[in-house]
Design a binder for this molecule. Structure first.
Ligand SMILES: *Cc1c(COP(=O)(O)O)cnc(C)c1O
Length: 649
């Protein structure tokens, strides 16, 4: 982080730029003149909502924070953009085929989300991809469009395969993708027994090297897919069983969040050749499924880094279309229908998690009153503080040097004080004074730095001092429940206050969540070019909420979230833009109650209560507990069972 001094006036645009809203937010999120985050659920097509007003009104409906707000219009807009990009590419390259995508259910299995996608995707015959029997059940029952594809991935036992074969007779289009060599025999046996086959696909293990977190999804040691020898053996086995005529699809997946378009191009070329060869071997084919991996630009930097990607949706579609066309044209083979399984790129943007800050803590900076006969270290610290306050006001470098020296002195005296305490020469109140004076020095330096002329560069060590003064913001949230990837795989999401963007933030901070786990924190933030460990935040005002939004987290977080410390799901709402600046609350999904999370762990809430009732009777009997107190205790316990697992504001 570069902390050069900031402009003296501060506008909402400065806020938008500080939090990157003008980079990653486009076209769905922006800021308005009141300094509030605005949501444009239909992207460029008009209509917007003030997120702060929305949260306020939802709270009025008894939907307490933390609250997951799902904008179904954004989901639809993402689908539109994906299809429009492929349509443009197909027109541009004169591609004699079409695009027909599927949504990988594992990305967000929530009923309302999948239903919305199926509904919005109907006009493109958009289908679903399933990776397990439960997901297959969702896909089979929700997709009733006979033209939509149901891509069946994942490990498949006999029952999974037979289900797919029979679903074909229901009029669905299930494609069973062979991912492991031993699935071939099961598909053949099931087809023979049922006297009918599913549509068959093969997943190729590409040799292309990928990069980033999911780079190991490709290559010889990848978990899924058939290496070329297995691919050939599969074709032969299908041919012998008279099933080669059902081999329709080639699939590959080179991992999620592809950062670098060059990786995709390599994979496309390799897959394109394999497709051509499979056709030459006599398979009818017709479908090329390029898997998932279409990335999301979390920090808006448009670079080939983990939190970003160096290509647009249109670049992606162009590369898929152009590369496949080239491969097929060179061999005079008809181009396939293009399928993608884009999950993250469709589902990330539509949900926003809003949580409240319960309080903050920062190092104590007040100057302690002078005591008679203070120890030397304490006196030294007082002198240092006086030096800082007396440092020349202007004159950039000279004052930076003085401040730097003073800070080094302060740290030295503090260390001396700690050593003296350990050896028994300093009392606890004296140690407290030394610590308080050290922080007072830090604050005084920070105040002097803030007063330096605009653009003065500040030495590195003094920047570290700003960090030492950072506050902890206590968040009404469980990171493990609502943003597990921040903890599990160091994923970055845009996090920012949704109000007061027109106000200069007071200082730096990070978030600590409600769990008792020291990993339960958000302490990595998107920056410009580089991530940062502290975020610029405002001082909460008493009696006024300070709401924080976590954005772009609609993919994977809900299902990966866990019950650590028994914090359950949060409240969730589905919002649709209405007419004339209105909105409609389509669905309300109440968060887990304490009773519900207890039951997940096999506890019986009634039994727990009964045991406490008996314990309180006993305490009443022994005269330790008044009857009225026992009643109050039981009332609290009973009420908690029916309430959400989060703190009431
Ligand atoms: C996870 C997965 C996807 C979705 O990937 P995204 O990066 O979310 O688009 C698609 N296909 C397969 C086989 C997957 O395992």
């Amino acid at each position: 982080m570069v902390l050069t001094t900031t402009p003296s006036t501060w506008t909402a645009e400065d806020g938008a730029s500080l939090y990157g809203l003008d980079r990653w937010g486009d076209p769905y999120f922006s800021v308005n003149g009141r300094g509030h985050v605005m949501v444009q659920p239909r992207g460029d097509r008009g209509g917007s909502l003030d997120l702060v007003d929305l949260v306020q009104e939802l709270q009025g409906r008894d939907l307490s924070l933390p609250l997951l707000i799902r904008f179904d219009d954004i989901l639809e807009d993402r689908l539109e953009r994906l299809h429009a990009a492929f349509e443009r590419a197909i027109a541009q390259y004169g591609y004699a085929g079409r695009y027909q995508g599927v949504f990988p259910v594992k990305c967000n299995q929530q009923r309302h989300v999948v239903e919305q996608l199926v509904e919005s995707g109907r006009r493109w015959h958009f289908g679903l991809e399933a990776g397990s029997k439960a997901e297959l059940l969702i896909a089979l029952s929700l997709v009733d469009d006979p033209e939509a594809l149901l891509i069946c991935n994942g490990y498949k036992d006999r029952r999974y395969i037979e289900t797919a074969i029979l679903a074909r007779r229901l009029g669905r289009q299930p494609v069973v993708v062979i991912e492991q060599a031993d699935e071939v025999a099961r598909i053949i046996a099931a087809s023979q027994e049922l006297g009918g086959a599913p549509l068959i696909g093969v997943r190729a293990k590409l040799s292309t090297r990928s990069t980033g977190r999911w780079g190991s999804s490709v290559g010889e040691r990848a978990k899924f897919g058939l290496a070329v020898p297995d691919l050939l053996a599969t074709v032969q086995a299908l041919e012998q069983a008279g099933l080669l005529g059902e081999l329709r699809l080639l699939h590959f997946h080179i991992g999620s969040q592809i950062n670098d378009i060059a990786v995709l191009k390599d994979a496309l070329q390799e897959a394109g050749q394999i497709y051509v060869e499979l056709t030459k071997l006599g398979a009818p084919m017709g479908l090329l499924d390029v898997g998932g991996g279409l990335g999301v630009d979390y920090d808006g930097s448009r670079t080939a880094t983990a939190a970003s990607k160096n290509y647009s949706l249109q670049n992606y579609a162009n590369d898929v279309v152009a590369t496949v066309r080239e491969c097929c044209a060179a061999h005079g083979i008809a181009v396939p229908t293009l399928v993608s399984e884009s999950g993250r790129a469709i589902a990330s943007h539509f949900s926003v998690l809003v949580f409240d800050v319960l309080g903050t803590a920062r190092p104590p900076g007040a100057v302690p009153a002078e005591q008679p006969q203070e120890p030397l270290m304490v006196r030294n610290l007082r002198e240092t503080l006086a030096t800082i306050n007396a440092a020349p006001a202007a004159g950039g470098h000279a004052s930076c040097d003085t401040l730097q020296e003073a800070w080094n002195d302060a740290l030295k005296f503090k260390d001396d004080a700690l050593a003296a305490f350990r050896l028994g020469y300093l009392s606890l109140p004296e140690r407290a004074q030394a610590e308080q004076l050290t922080w007072a020095c830090a604050e005084a330096i920070a105040a002097r730095l803030a007063g330096l002329p605009e653009g003065t560069s500040i030495p590195e060590d003094l920047l570290a001092l700003q960090a030492a003064l950072a506050s902890t913001y206590y968040a009404n949230l469980s990171v493990f429940r609502s943003a597990p990837d921040t903890w599990a795989i160091d994923q970055l999401f845009p996090v920012l206050p949704i109000q007061r963007l027109d106000e200069r933030p007071m200082g730096l901070g990070s978030f600590a969540d409600l769990t008792c786990d020291s990993d339960g924190k958000i302490a990595r933030f998107i920056g410009t070019g580089q991530e940062k460990s502290l975020l610029e935040l405002h001082a909460p005002r008493s009696g006024e909420p300070y709401w924080i939004g976590l954005f772009l987290a609609g993919a994977y977080q809900e299902v990966m979230g866990n019950l650590h410390n028994l914090f359950g799901s949060t409240n969730a709402v589905h919002i649709r833009l209405g007419t004339g600046g209105n909105y409609v609350v389509d669905h309300v999904v109440r968060g887990d109650t304490n009773a519900e999370v207890l039951e997940v762990m096999e506890h019986d809430p009634k039994q727990l209560l009964e045991r406490l009732r008996l314990a309180s009777e006993e305490a009443i009997g022994r005269g330790h507990l008044a009857i009225s107190d026992a009643r109050r205790l039981m009332a609290h316990l009973r009420a908690s069972l029916d309430q959400t697992t989060y703190l009431a504001s």
